[in-house]
Each structure stands twice: as structure tokens, then as C-alpha cells.
Design a protein around this ligand. Structure first.
Ligand code: PMP
Length: 416
């Protein structure tokens, strides 16, 4: 079968050669970057360089190698803070990723401030990582857990959102971009409503925004922003939580142990300054250095260019997929979403589709995408999800579409 090409589609970004895994697998079509991204050689080199030239425990030794490790770790923080528009780099706490960042706010600010009768607002499109910690906190504290509903095309229903906010609202949590639908949420409007109607803190899950378009924490207006390095070309096991200094200063530590203390007496302990107060134990310095190399790589491409590349891929993919009979796409139009497309097909279960695509060398995700409350509202147990990043091109869309057509043939789709 001849595949239709979109003649308007001209992405100029050609960086596949920078990614060893993709070079080693020339027939692989990796369309699961919303789960985790592939790593460019510069990131792998930075990890190796740290271990070969600077490896020692940061902040510990009085010898020059440990000082070097400390400097590497410090400079990585400064570099990543700069990338995410944080002037005060001590307000960037390294975590394992978004999940740990949200749990840090829930376990520290939430434990200290939420009282019986208070209210916590999340949205129906939140990832479990920005849903369950708040649900548990609310249950523990006797607070009300309130869920903002979505519009039929998968956006936050701002009317419903506004109606949920009141003077008992203590925490409002939402994602910047939905991992399951790709919806880019209107942060400025959300913040405006929260400020107008409450004194609540805002917690933004940036797992799917930091990798895909320019983000400036200082102008975003949220109180906390969590992100994951592995989704933005960096290593697994490193990410961050950015917070406003006055809040981080007031918050109690999340975990206790080495490095986060100032003085330990027999009967009490005092805390180190930011960011150390929230980084108990030996830090993941090598991975922080790897993530700094990743953001330098993204900066060299330019985040505006990353966005326009993904938009071009997205609109081409969405057009091609929409033309397939029996295929249903969820979420807003391509112009209002990041590089994620979620869909189902009549008569082909998403898991079967993913298995058939895997046989064609196409990696997509099938499942609930850690967003079961959303799946329930979409009235599906699972969707298939293709997601794009800097290394994808039109051949990946061709392979996706041709794999879907093959699945249709195998499952003998008969139009209703
Ligand atoms: N939030 C969103 C929107 C995500 O896509 C993810 C990762 N799938 C997470 C949170 C959790 O990120 P991590 O597993 O890196 O902590």
C-alpha cells in the first residue's frame, strides 16, 4: 500500500546521528519519549568523564579530588537552573525525578501546613505521581481531595476549576503538559484564578514541559515545579524540584541524614542551608553532570526549534492518523499540544497494536499511562500513545502508520 506523505512537512532537525542507541539500531522507530528519552553521546561522555576524572564524594573530603567533584556537582546545578530560568540556583533541589519532587512538597510543606477541613485540588488529567501523594495527604490530614474535571477535548475545565477554589484551598496541583493527552495547560490563567480566590500554594508537574519547550520558572508564577532528567535526554535517577526561596526556607526537611545537617547535638539537630537541607545522603553527582550536558545539548539546538520540530511532526502524524478509519484520537488539536498523540482503534486492543508495531521496529506505549482517573473519564481501559522528540523524523510516522495498517489487516477490521 502506498503511504500518503504530507507535502507541507519539512522538519530541518536531523540529530539521530548524535544518539548511539539509535545509530546502533538503524531500523528502530522510537516513539516513546514521553516515557523516557534516548541519550545523546555528549551525555554518555559526561557521565564517563565524571567517573574517570572527578569521582569522589562531593562535600566530604578535604582533598582536591573531592573539591573537584563538588565543583562539578555545583556547576551542574547552576547550568540546569539557568536552562529552566531559575536565577537563584540554590532553589533547585536535585531529586530522583518528578515523583520524588512532588512527594517532597507533600511530605514537607503538606505535612506541616495542611489541616483537617482544608482542601487540595488536582486535575483529572494528572499523572499518578501528582495525584496519589495529594490523595494520601488529604486522607491522612482529614482534608478534602477535589478533582477538576476536563472538557470533552481533554483540557482543564476552567469553569469547574474556578468553582473548586475557595478560602479552604491549601494546595493546587496540576501538570504543565499531560503525558497521556499532550494537552498544554494554560498556567498563567490557572495561577490567576488561584491567586484571585485562594492563598493556596501551586505545584506544577513539569515532567512533560521541561523537555519540550522553553520554561522559565521565575516567570511561570508557580510556587513549585518538578521535572525528570531522563525525559530530557539526561540520565535516569536525576531530576529536580524548584521552589520559591521563602517557602523552601520555611519547610522542614523531607529526609534526614548526612549533608543536610548543620549541627547535631545529643538532643537536637539544626539544618544546613538550601539546597543541602533537602538533599540528605550522597548525591547523584554523576547524573547531575550528565543532565547538565543534556541541557547544554538542548540549548545548542534551541528550545524554540525543539518545539517547532515536534509541532511539525505532531501535525503530520495527527493528520495521517485521523485519516485511518476506526482510529480515534484523544485530546486537543495538534497546535495546542506537545508531541504526544493518544489513540484507540476499533477492534484492536492498544496492547495488541503495540505488540504488532514492536514487530515492525516501532516503539509506542500502550496502557493507562499512569493516569487511571483520566482513562476512566475517557471510558477506555487503555490507549496507544506515540510521542515525539528531537531525533524523530517523517520516517517514524511512515513506520507508525504502516504498522497500524498491518494491525488492521491482522485483526480484520470491518467498518461498522
Ligand atoms: N508526571 C508526568 C506528567 C509524567 O509523564 C511522568 C513520567 N511518566 C511523571 C510525572 C513521573 O516522572 P518520574 O517517573 O520520572 O518521576
Amino acid at each position: 500500500m502506498k503511504l500518503r506523505r504530507d507535502s507541507a512537512f519539512r522538519p530541518d532537525l536531523r540529530v539521530r546521528a548524535d544518539f548511539p542507541l539509535l545509530v546502533n539500531n538503524p531500523d528502530l522507530h522510537y516513539l516513546d519519549s514521553a516515557a523516557t528519552s534516548q541519550k545523546p553521546k555528549v551525555v554518555l561522555d559526561a557521565l564517563r568523564d565524571f567517573y574517570e576524572t572527578a569521582n569522589a564524594n562531593p562535600h566530604r573530603g578535604a582533598y582536591s579530588l573531592s573539591v573537584r567533584a563538588t565543583e562539578y556537582y555545583h556547576l551542574a546545578r547552576v547550568r540546569i537552573a539557568q536552562f529552566l530560568g531559575v536565577r537563584d540556583s540554590d532553589c533547585l533541589i536535585f531529586t530522583r525525578g518528578t515523583t520524588e519532587g512532588v512527594n517532597l512538597v507533600a511530605g514537607s510543606w503538606g505535612e506541616a501546613n495542611v489541616l483537617r477541613g482544608d482542601e487540595i485540588v488536582v486535575t483529572a488529567m494528572d499523572h499518578h505521581a501528582n495525584f496519589v501523594p495529594w490523595q494520601i495527604l488529604a486522607m491522612k490530614k482529614g482534608a478534602k481531595f477535589r478533582i477538576c474535571e476536563l472538557t470533552p477535548d481533554g483540557r482543564i475545565d476552567l469553569g469547574h476549576f474556578s468553582g473548586l477554589l475557595n478560602d479552604r484551598t491549601k494546595i493546587v496541583a496540576f501538570n504543565h503538559v499531560s503525558n497521556a493527552l499532550g494537552t498544554i495547560n494554560p498556567i498563567a490563567e490557572i495561577i490567576r484564578l488561584v491567586r484571585e480566590k485562594t492563598d493556596a500554594i501551586t505545584v506544577c508537574d513539569g515532567a512533560q514541559s521541561a523537555p519540550h519547550f522553553p520554561v522559565s520558572f521565575d516567570s511561570l508564577g508557580v510556587d513549585f515545579y518538578a521535572f525528570s532528567g531522563h525525559k530530557m535526554l539526561g540520565p535516569m535517577g536525576i531530576g529536580g524540584l524548584i521552589g520559591k526561596r521563602e517557602m523552601l526556607e520555611e519547610m522542614p526537611p523531607y529526609q534526614t541524614g548526612g549533608d543536610m545537617i548543620e549541627f547535631v547535638y545529643d538532643d537536637r539537630t539544626t539544618w544546613n542551608v538550601l539546597p543541602h537541607k533537602f538533599e540528605a545522603g550522597t548525591p547523584n553527582a554523576a547524573n547531575a553532570v550528565g543532565l547538565a550536558a543534556a541541557v547544554e545539548y538542548l540549548d545548542r539546538i534551541g528550545m524554540d526549534r525543539v518545539l517547532s520540530h515536534e509541532r511539525a511532526l505532531m501535525s503530520a502524524a495527527q493528520k495521517r492518523l485521523a485519516a485511518i478509519e476506526g482510529l480515534r484520537i484523544y485530546g486537543p488539536p495538534a497546535s495546542e499540544r506537545s508531541g504526544v498523540v493518544s489513540f484507540t482503534m476499533t477492534d484492536v486492543h492498544p496492547h495488541d497494536l503495540a505488540t504488532i508495531l514492536d514487530g515492525e521496529g516501532v516503539c509506542i506505549r500502550a496502557g493507562h499511562h499512569c493516569a487511571q482517573p483520566l482513562m476512566r473519564r475517557l471510558d477506555v481501559p487503555a490507549t496507544a500513545r506515540a510521542s515525539f522528540y528531537v531525533y524523530n523524523d517523517e520516517s517514524d510516522i511512515d513506520a507508525l502508520v504502516s504498522g497500524i495498517m498491518k494491525a488492521r489487516e491482522i485483526f480484520g477490521y470491518v467498518p461498522a
